[in-house]
Design a protein around this ligand. Structure first.
Ligand code: FE
Length: 234
């Protein structure tokens, strides 16, 4: 079995939000798809450990925000790699309240869907939620949607552990271009790989900077982890 085959699926990048009894939460998902058009229904797979999973099951509502291609890394980091048990993700994120009463992230969003939960399927580690679209809107017609492939290629990031498409880095076949493992460092929190040839221009680190020479206050551009959370990529 060649697990690289799994990377040939195409996915988008979305923020799934919900709220129950004043507790709002959301997370980044790539496994969202339209399953029927009449009525319009969407499916999303959500890990049972995620705070949002329990909230969606109780509120029976969820929203889907389609992220734009140049979505801010800090937004993806906040919703993708941090837990709503520790902070209110909506406190510093642009959002609106949908017709169903739950929050919908509008920041770096090109389209959104507001859904009523109609069915759920227990998949073991995950629950597949199927929702009927009650409302939807286009936010930005000029921007392209962010795809998982683009995110993975440009950010060199991988799915977090609770994602249905997560693959253990230890099992991952060594990728082309990573032939200098002593020079690459990997974030233990999100698997982002720091490549000295590329640097982190957005974070102020020019190409050609060795990991050791990065200032101590630099943080992972994907998940915000500090420098001590990195280890040599082997
Ligand atoms: Fe990270």
């Amino acid at each position: 079995m060649n697990i690289e085959a799994f990377f040939r699926f195409t996915y988008g990048m979305y923020i799934i939000s919900t709220s129950h009894n004043e507790q709002a939460n959301g997370y980044v998902a790539n496994s969202v798809f339209q399953v029927t058009s009449d009525p319009p229904q969407l499916a999303v797979s959500c890990h049972k450990d995620n705070l949002s999973t329990g909230l969606i099951a109780k509120s029976r509502k969820f929203s889907v925000s389609v992220l734009q291609q140049n979505a801010d890394s800090a937004l993806i980091s906040l919703f993708g790699y941090r837990s709503g048990r520790e902070e209110d993700k909506f406190a510093r994120t642009k959002h609106i309240k949908g017709k169903t009463g739950i929050p919908i992230v509008t920041q770096d969003t090109i389209a959104w869907f507001d859904c009523d939960l109609v069915q759920q399927v227990d998949l073991g580690t995950h629950i597949l939620f199927i929702g009927q679209v009650m409302d939807c809107e286009l936010m930005d017609e000029s921007n392209k949607p962010l795809t998982y492939a683009w995110y993975r290629e440009v950010k060199k990031a991988f799915s977090p552990k609770n994602s249905p498409t997560y693959i253990d880095p230890a099992k991952r076949v060594k990728e082309k271009g990573n032939e200098t493992p002593d020079q690459m460092y990997q974030c233990l929190a999100c698997s982002y790989i720091y490549d000295p040839e590329v640097g982190d221009p957005e974070g102020g680190i020019p190409p050609g900077t060795a990991f050791e020479d990065i200032p101590d206050d630099w943080v992972c551009p994907v998940c915000g982890a500090t420098k001590d959370m990195f280890e040599v990529k082997v």
